[in-house]
Design a protein around this ligand. Structure first.
Ligand code: SF4
Length: 472
């Protein structure tokens, strides 16, 4: 009898975890019994932990990885014989730390093949004498004879349709709020992984290093089909950049719209691609795209250059105009606080949001985001960065840095608390923005450059949004 496998996700930004559903399909196809546990909604099932021979944590992002750390310790205590694995974007960059917590296998990049190979190696080890090494029939021996799978695999995979059996219902995840105030059930899928680009601050770069891997179109459509059948009226495409391969993405949304004319979706596209592939924007609109998220990061040219974003503030202005001409909502995201952010620069950032009419389009958390520098970050190649970095805080999975201006440090901490509190109280975006403005102008020791809160233009139109305020 094959041993059972437990796949655990701690947090995937309010989405039903694709990172559990996809490997579950591969492992079940290989004959393994798989249980999926999403700890963002359900509590840890001790029986499932004790019964598993392999327990694998999906760690696609910073916060999810940090949340996984105490669970790894708990799981290790409940079932010290289980083989522990972490997979996903943050696994290889945090490998040394995770291994010290007792995680034996680390898989990054295209992880499905690696997970199946790992499960098969454990099974083979059991067949070679695992029953002796470990009297529990459901648990594998801890030591595996054959070499481990590669830390990062970028092999091209023939994907399987994600198997969402056993995951919480889509209705329990973040919803889309529409103009009428209706809450629409949201599905999530990925049409590609990785990215062609090398932005220095991006956690994808140390793993994919400028490569992207499309998921076969029939698999993506099939996954969407099953989510629509489960009630989804809107799909979030989680591709790091939907236009890394427009030849893949555009026919996909055309086929999607032909099959589900009322289904809406959202995507993430970088400024450079919005300009380069502007001719496809009307197609996105026509096929049901409700909004485009774009990692603008900053309105400061020097910071954009440090990040190697390959766009300027002027480029962003053009991209915004193009989206507005196509009647597409552009939702910019920012890294508001960096080692190079000045008080004047932060105030200018807020003013620019007002000038561009973006106050209603920016999620308030974006006004307080602090730069994360995970291990392996290309930012550390910059002398300007190394000069500001104090050292790696392993438990925080990030290098520690401090802004040279203590007022900026204090403002960031203040705003982080403010926006979190406002999110909990569902304070409207304009009101949060006003409070942020007041803190940045009135609450900081610097009478020079203070500007009273400007009168905002009337709301131009409803901005659809997802009921999940975190984007990191
Ligand atoms: S920030 Fe966006 S465009 Fe840049 S490397 Fe990351 S995913 Fe790609």
């Amino acid at each position: 009898m094959k041993f059972s496998i437990l796949l655990i996700s701690t947090y995937e930004m309010g989405r039903q975890p694709f990172g559990l559903a996809s490997p579950a399909a591969w492992l079940r196809a290989a004959g393994f019994e798989v249980r999926c546990l999403d700890l963002s909604l359900d509590s840890l099932d001790s029986e499932a932990v004790r019964a598993a021979g392999l327990i694998a944590f999906y760690v696609p992002m910073h916060m999810g990885t940090r949340m996984a750390v105490p669970v790894i310790a708990q799981v290790h205590q409940l079932n010290p014989q289980a083989h522990l694995c972490c997979y996903g974007l943050y696994a290889p960059v945090s490998a040394a730390y995770l291994r010290r917590l007792g995680v034996e296998s680390i898989l990054g990049g295209e992880f499905e093949t690696g997970l199946v190979a790992l499960a098969q190696r454990i099974e083979e080890a059991r067949a070679r004498g695992g029953e002796e090494a470990n009297p529990s029939a459901s648990s594998p021996p801890r030591l595996l004879a054959s070499p481990p799978p590669p830390l990062i695999s970028l092999d091209r995979q023939s994907f399987l349709r994600p198997d969402r059996t056993g995951l919480p219902s889509l209705t329990r995840y973040a919803h889309l709020v529409t103009e009428t105030g209706a809450h629409v059930t949201v599905g999530y899928t990925e049409a590609s992984r990785g990215c062609r680009h090398l932005c220095r601050h991006c956690p994808i770069v140390p793993v994919y290093n400028g490569r992207f891997r499309p998921v076969q179109r029939d698999i993506v459509l099939s996954d969407i089909r099953q989510q629509v059948a489960a009630g989804a009226g809107h799909i979030t495409f989680g591709d790091p950049d939907f236009f890394n391969g427009p030849g893949h993405a555009v026919p996909l949304v055309e086929a999607l719209h032909a099959e589900f004319p009322h289904l809406t979706y959202d995507v993430t596209i970088k400024v450079e691609h919005l300009l380069k592939h502007a001719k496809h924007l009307p197609t996105l609109k026509k096929t049901g795209c409700l909004f485009i998220t774009s990692a603008v990061e900053s309105f400061d040219e020097q910071i954009l250059a440090h990040f190697d974003k390959r766009h300027t503030c002027q480029d962003f202005g053009k991209a915004l105009t193009l989206c507005r001409q196509a009647s597409l909502v552009l939702v910019p995201t920012f890294v508001a606080f960096t080692p190079w952010t000045t008080l004047a620069g932060y105030r200018a950032f807020l003013s620019e949001l007002v000038r561009l009419g973006l106050v209603d389009q920016v999620s308030p958390i974006q006004l307080a985001i602090r730069l994360l520098i995970p291990p392996g970050s290309k930012l550390l190649e910059l002398e300007e960065m190394r000069a500001r970095v104090e050292g790696l805080d392993e438990a925080r999975l990030s290098y520690v840095w401090r802004n040279p201006d203590p007022r900026v440090e204090a403002l960031q901490q203040d705003l982080e608390v403010l926006v979190q509190r406002c999110a909990g109280q569902h304070v409207p975006r304009r009101e949060v923005f006003r409070q942020v403005w007041e803190r940045a102008h009135g609450g900081v020791e610097d009478p020079q450059g203070r500007v009273p809160f400007p009168e905002l233009p009337p709301v131009a139109g409803f901005i659809p949004y997802l009921t999940e305020p975190w984007y990191c």
